[in-house]
Structure formats: C-alpha cells, structure tokens
Design a protein. Structure first.
Length: 98
C-alpha cells in the first residue's frame, strides 16, 4: 500500500512537471521558399505494386528456414532452463538460509 502511494505521488509530480514545460515557438517556422514550393509529384502506384509482387523470396524455403531457427532456439532454451546449481551447492545454500 505504501509503495502504491509513493508511485502515485511520483507519477503526479512527473505530470505536473511536464505541465510547466515551455513549448518551443513554432509560429512562422516556414520560410518563404517552403511556402512557395511546389507539391511533390504524384507517381502511379501500378509500377510500385508490380515491383513488390515480383519478389525473389521463396515462401516455402523461408518458412523452412524460420522453422529451423525456431527449433534451434527452443532447443537452446531447454538446455538453458535447467538448474545452475549442483546438488551440493543447493544443499549448502539451503543450510545458509536456516
């Protein structure tokens, strides 16, 4: 309960400190060159979509590569999930807590 009050007070102080921040002056930041500049040219989307659809990625091979990576990572995780203490070390540690 005490930690919740401390966290609430800390959060409230951060919000209040942020409310006192001075914002940068953003008025008149556009130069006359930017105001008079032309809009960017619009390009047709068909060539972009055609280039995206002629991909050289083979989905079956990529899926197999990802599945192999997943299996290797799961095997590594299972090797790392065991105990790091030997039986003697675990017993000595348990005796130290008593």
């Amino acid at each position: 309960m005490k930690h919740a009050r401390i966290l609430a007070a800390l959060g409230a102080s951060l919000v209040l400190a942020g409310a006192c921040t001075q914002f940068p002056a953003l008025d008149r930041t556009l130069t006359p060159e930017l105001v008079s500049a032309d809009y960017p040219a619009l390009v047709p989307i068909e060539p972009i979509l055609a280039a995206a659809q002629t991909s050289t990625v083979e989905p079956v091979q990529e899926t197999a590569a990802i599945d192999a990576r997943v299996a290797a990572l799961k095997a590594r995780a299972s090797r790392l999930s065991g105990s790091v203490l030997s039986g003697a070390e675990r017993q000595r540690l348990a005796q130290g807590f008593r």
